[in-house]
Design a protein around this ligand. Structure first.
Ligand code: SF4
Length: 357
């Protein structure tokens, strides 16, 4: 996998593009003017590994709340602005690290130029957004509907406009809810510029379906080397977006977060309640961050091979399991104690690694 060469853009102290790892973003779903609830969610997102957070600013009241949010946020904050240049200016005065603009729904080049000049003065990054739902009329007339080509043309048009007024501190997002349209749009845009890309499948859906759709769309783009920052858009707690984003990135070897768990799909050979064991282990290890592979296998058929590959794990059998570590059996444990014993061994491993570091 060769990542596309892009130029660097900074949102606060977070580097996007160039040689930076793919940055994980999410967006709050609280009312932004409810400062305490918004900060509570921002902190939960940060704990989950979110690196940049976006908050909606649909009203002046929300934009006015930004300065307090920015002051207390543990990570850079981007204000999401649509339609209103006036709200954009209020947001820019708040100390915000970045703003997201869809020029297509402001559609006033004079105002956009003024916003960009202000961003330049204050060293604020911009995410130039193009969405299938807010594509310019002229492109809808030209293409009939928001094709990938139409979306890429819009993004290239506005990128050239940004650069023509001397503004280069921006990244682009081209989003549609259709996976193929999204891939095509990003592929065309990526072949023509070195501007960093924020990728995501917008309005992907609820947790299960949305994760699959996002994994397919983002997975293909990332495998093509495209994508400097990601957001998984789900109709769910935004913390889930961060978890899914890391799972996608981890499965491609691009980022790592938490502990990697390998578990078998179970079959008629199973003699323990493996789904429960895996769920309990996941719950107990929530928030742990350790570069290890944990294998939890239902029987010895694949356990021997996985045990060799994994750092630690369980090979289950008749109401019991063999706990193994680095390919070697450690001890036999009963079904009742297997979760606790495995977690204990993982924590011991963590302490040993920390001691060595
Ligand atoms: S590891 Fe054993 S229990 Fe699990 S799916 Fe394979 S054969 Fe079935």
């Amino acid at each position: 996998m060769i990542r596309r060469k892009t130029r660097a853009v900074y949102v606060g102290d977070i580097k996007i593009g160039d040689d930076a790892p793919v940055v994980v973003q999410s967006m709050t779903d609280t009312k932004t003017h409810d400062i305490e609830s918004t900060l509570e969610q921002i902190n939960r997102l940060y704990q989950a590994g979110c690196e940049i957070v976006r908050v909606a600013a649909p009203t002046e009241k929300d934009a006015l709340a930004l300065s307090e949010i920015v002051k207390r946020s543990p990570m850079p904050v981007i204000a999401d602005i649509h339609f209103s240049p006036r709200i954009a200016f209020t947001a820019l005065e708040s100390g915000i690290h970045g703003i997201r603009l869809n020029p297509g729904n402001i559609n006033d080049k004079g105002k956009i130029r003024e916003i960009l000049q202000e961003c330049k003065k204050r060293n604020i990054a911009v995410r130039l957004g193009v969405n299938s739902g807010s594509l310019e009329e002229r492109l809808l007339e030209k293409y009939g509907y928001p094709t990938g080509e139409a979306l890429a043309e819009s993004a290239l048009y506005w990128s050239e406009f940004f650069e023509s007024v001397g503004f280069t501190n921006f990244k682009v997002s081209i989003k549609g809810s259709d996976v193929l349209q999204n891939i095509e749009a990003n592929r065309i845009f990526a072949s023509k510029t070195d501007i960093p890309l924020h990728i995501g499948i917008t309005e992907a859906g609820p947790l299960g379906k949305g994760s699959v759709k996002s994994a397919v769309g983002l997975g293909i783009l990332l495998y093509m080397g495209i994508g400097d920052t990601v957001r998984v858009s789900l109709t769910a707690d935004p913390v889930e977006e961060v978890k899914v984003a890391y799972q996608i990135l981890q499965s491609l070897g691009l980022r790592r977060k938490g502990i990697e768990i390998i578990s078998c799909p179970t079959c008629g050979r199973i003699e323990v309640d493996l789904p429960k064991v895996v769920k309990d282990v996941e719950e107990k290890l929530e928030g742990e961050d350790l570069p290890i592979k944990v294998a939890i296998m239902g029987c010895v058929v694949n356990a021997i091979g996985e045990a060799r590959e994994a750092d630690i794990g369980l090979a289950c059998g008749n109401k019991s399991a063999i706990l193994f570590r680095e390919g070697q059996p450690v001890k036999r444990v009963s079904e009742e104690e297997m979760v606790d014993q495995l977690v204990k061994e993982i924590r011991r491993m963590k302490e040993e690694k920390n001691g060595r570091a």
